[in-house]
Design a protein. Structure first.
Lengths: 329, 343
């Protein structure tokens, strides 16, 4: 008897993990324009809800699906690849029109993408890429270009210090070691500032994308290097932590030490408007509208580019003051 | 005291590395009316780890282990920040104290839950606390709604990021907690009782010690320490991050306890050793940032140092390696473990 109960419970747990339990269906509004009599159904397998950025991303996809009249089937993989694969398989069985997902990790997707291809369901990648050699497994990849973000940060710095003749001492707070945004933001930044030998990165450590680590590492930087001119942080949160460390050292963030960050979340924008950060490169999670647009084009048989970059901008202190009241995340 | 010689020596060696490679490492100055310098940073950022490790020491002394401390850190920080963010004035001292009370109360309740599973239900400690380790982080994210809660409260800032009489407030909290634990375990009989439960819970019960109640108290106290550490960590950056606060701190705490010479087999513990162990870990972290070890090799560097530390701590290893250079010494038995059989 006990064994039977356990078996039943195990089945229950599996069913929930499949995404069946956490699936929600957004109500379709007006019928899709190009789709004739039936509405488009999209299966979206999200990574999880690990950060504010991700939550904003989810909300954007759900809201723009509703606005575009696309019937959205949504699943949350809780940062686990096997959950995502199960969700995609269930979308294939349900015969959705198009599948979109943000891969948790880069590798291991070939089999399930083959299944989708065999079932003639187009796949769109969002936010993160996969490393499959076979590019026909997916239609397009929509997401931020992290290298470009690093370059934008570097370009602002080069412009700001164009008339400077002495050395510019830069410290860098990297994201989680080995993650794509950390690698690419570092590479893009280094490429731009590398052209001029006066820009010197005197210290570069990982702050794990968190405020606490950002503060701790910056505190150590400040002790070991007495004259730091510029801080480049791979996200806002580490920059915010570093601001506290700089203030603790009796210096003025934004003046004594210029700060450049990436992301443009609300707390970061607030600090930018307050003059504590000097420049933020946006990494937008609001890629829902572009995703719906791409899905419609793919289904209408139009050719779409292999790589679509999210529409993103940059913010100075003045622009932050204007943008802040309407900031969604 | 002799047992502390090795961890103390290792800490001294790490500091020596900094003396050679980092300028101004030992420089301490007064800035804005408080002490400022790398050594102060080690204490300031090490304070939460010392607290968690002290609670862990008592749990390990009972032959248990508490994997859930990292989650409790996140929950306490999230709860306190959530409460403070709803206050009409975030600077009201009463409101902040209330928030701290609720957060610590929740932490203690979670600790009692752990103790209940271990002492009454009889689940192995590693499994019992694993439940809260996994579920707790979810709970913390539920409290923060998956977002980072940012607050702006001067009284709360004092807990982990403030200064009192030029000293970082966190160090003062650690000193008070350490003095309290040292008093009740070394001046009163509690330490002996904990050690006897760790040595043999059943024999202790038969000899009249209320082992179950004691276990629950120890787990509750460990969670309280983790809760205070959680307040410090969130206060230090004026925000609560349910996903990342205290991530993997349980492993650092266990490491600190072990480096400090407390046996995972239970029955014996060293508070001084644990404090030294935690300081070694934090000094190592600060050293990595100061001398500029590339982030890609940081983990390897840490692993190497920890391996060396553990090998040096092992009497068997020392006997083997140093035998060729010195006179062959008989395997040393610590004085406390000598058993005399009277006939």
């Amino acid at each position: 008897m006990f064994k039977k109960i356990m078996a039943l419970m195990a089945v229950g747990v599996l069913a929930t993990a499949c995404g069946g339990g956490s699936e929600t269906t957004a109500e379709g509004g007006a019928p899709a324009s190009g789709g004739g009599d039936s509405t488009i159904t999209m299966g979206f397998a999200q990574v999880g809800a690990e950060s504010g950025w991700r939550t904003a991303n989810t909300k954007s996809v759900q809201e723009s699906a509703k606005a575009a009249g696309i019937d959205l089937k949504f699943s949350d993989a809780q940062q686990k690849q096997e959950n995502q694969i199960k969700a995609i398989r269930s979308y294939i069985q349900q015969k959705v029109d198009v599948i979109a997902f943000s891969p948790v990790v880069e590798s291991g997707w070939d089999t399930v993408l083959q299944e989708a291809k065999a079932a003639n369901i187009p796949v769109i990648l969002t936010d993160r890429a996969v490393d499959s050699a076979d590019k026909t497994l997916y239609k397009t990849f929509l997401g931020s270009d992290f290298v470009e973000e690093g370059k934008k940060a570097g370009q602002w710095l080069v412009e700001q210090y164009a008339s400077e003749t002495g050395d510019v001492n830069i410290v860098e707070l990297q994201g989680t070691t080995g993650s794509a945004p950390a690698n690419d933001r570092k590479a893009g930044f280094a490429e731009v500032i590398g052209a001029d030998p006066k820009f010197k990165v005197i210290a570069s450590q990982s702050g794990d994308f968190t405020r606490a680590k950002g503060k701790e590492v910056m505190d150590a930087f400040l002790k070991a290097n007495p004259d730091i001119d510029v801080l480049y942080a791979h996200n806002d949160d580490m920059g915010l932590g570093a601001i506290e460390a700089i203030e603790g050292a009796g210096k003025v963030p934004g003046k004594d030490i210029k700060i450049i960050t990436v992301d443009a979340v609300k707390d970061g924008m607030q600090a930018l408007a307050d003059g504590k950060i000097n420049y933020i490169v946006e990494c937008s999670p609001l890629l829902g509208p572009q995703l719906m647009d791409l899905a419609k084009k793919v289904l209408a048989g139009e050719t779409v580019p292999e790589r679509v970059v999210t529409e993103e901008t940059t913010f100075t202190q003045e622009q932050a003051k204007q943008a802040l009241p309407t900031r969604q995340y | 005291m002799k047992r502390l010689a090795w961890p103390a020596g290792i800490l001294a060696a790490l500091l020596l590395v900094n003396l050679i490679f980092t300028d101004h490492f030992f420089q301490i100055e007064i800035k804005d009316g408080h002490l400022y310098g790398s050594l102060i940073d080690i204490f300031r950022f090490g304070a939460p780890l010392i607290l968690v490790a002290l609670g862990m020491t008592l749990v390990i002394a009972t032959k248990g282990i508490d994997l859930s401390v990292g989650s409790v850190v996140a929950i306490a920080g999230a709860m306190a920040c959530l409460q403070i963010s709803t206050l009409p004035s975030q600077d009201s001292i009463g409101g902040v104290l209330g928030a701290i009370g609720i957060a610590l109360g929740l932490a203690v309740a979670l600790g009692i839950g752990n103790g209940f599973l271990v002492a009454i239900v009889g689940i192995q400690p590693i499994i019992a606390t694993l439940i809260l380790m996994v579920a707790g982080r979810g709970l913390a994210q539920l409290i923060t709604d998956g977002q980072i809660i940012t607050i702006n409260s001067a009284p709360y800032k004092l807990v982990g990021g403030g200064y009192w009489l030029t000293l970082p407030f966190g160090i003062i909290i650690v000193a008070v907690v350490l003095a309290l634990i040292a008093f009740v375990t070394r001046r009163l009989a509690l330490g002996l009782l904990i050690e006897s439960v760790g040595g043999n819970a059943e024999a202790s019960r038969l000899s009249g010690i209320r082992a179950r109640g004691l276990l629950i108290v120890v787990y509750a106290f460990c969670a309280l320490c983790a809760g205070i550490a959680g307040l410090m960590i969130s206060s230090n950056v004026s925000s609560a991050d349910g996903n990342n606060a205290g991530l993997w701190i349980e492993l650092d705490a266990i490491l600190a306890v072990v480096i400090g010479g407390t046996s995972l087999a239970g029955g014996r513990f060293s508070l001084g050793g644990t404090v030294l162990g935690a300081l070694i870990i934090q000094t190592l972290t600060t050293t990595i940032y100061s001398i500029g070890v590339p982030p890609e090799t940081t983990l390897l560097f840490k692993a190497l140092v920890v391996t060396i530390v553990c090998l040096l701590q092992s009497p068997a290893f020392r006997a083997k390696v140093f035998r060729s250079r010195r006179k062959p010494a008989p395997p040393t038995v610590p004085a406390g473990e000598k058993v005399t059989v009277r006939t």
